[in-house]
Design a protein around this ligand. Structure first.
Ligand SMILES: [Zn+2]
Length: 159
């Protein structure tokens, strides 16, 4: 259990799903923006995410299906999330795997890039249409097949 909103909704509010672990112990988290609850206040939204980030132990990677990242509110919330992750999870967040980035999301990423150190830029991977490619990349760096399968099911659910 992590943030209050998710405690009320059986962990579904923010679509912050633990998929499994890589062979080196890194936790794989999956979020689909379509499922994530949004308050109409970006600071509230950010606080919910922060509760989730703070509950993660050790290294992690974040797989995000970005299809619904397309409003000024997601933009504002995204800025707060990026700032927090850069300040507090720069070393532990080992990869950021983005599927289905909208034009809006790509614009957001372009604006953020100048603030990212080179080491952080290298951790960002985007995939426009191939879930299989994303999953194959994760398996190459140590994701077990069963976790790859779980991730696949999550993506299929939304396609
Ligand atoms: Zn939550």
């Amino acid at each position: 259990m992590t943030c209050k909103k998710c405690q009320q909704t059986n962990e579904k509010a923010h679509s912050f799903n633990t998929i499994g672990k890589m062979s080196n112990g890194t936790t794989i988290i999956f979020t689909c923006t379509t499922d994530a609850y949004t308050d109409d206040d970006s600071v509230n939204n950010f606080q919910y995410y922060k509760s989730h980030f703070d509950a993660i132990k050790g290294n992690w990677i974040w797989v995000v299906d970005c299809r619904d990242f397309n409003t000024p509110l997601s933009f504002e919330t995204g800025k707060l999330i990026v700032k927090y992750l850069l300040q507090n999870h720069k070393d532990r967040l080992k990869g950021f795997y983005l599927f289905n980035p909208s034009i809006f999301f790509n614009a957001f990423l372009q604006l953020c890039y100048p603030f990212f150190p080179q080491s952080s830029r290298a951790k960002i991977h985007t995939y426009s249409d191939s879930i299989l490619e994303l999953i194959a990349d994760l398996q190459r760096i140590g994701m077990p097949s069963k976790d790859g399968h779980a991730l696949m099911l999550k993506f299929v659910k939304h396609s």
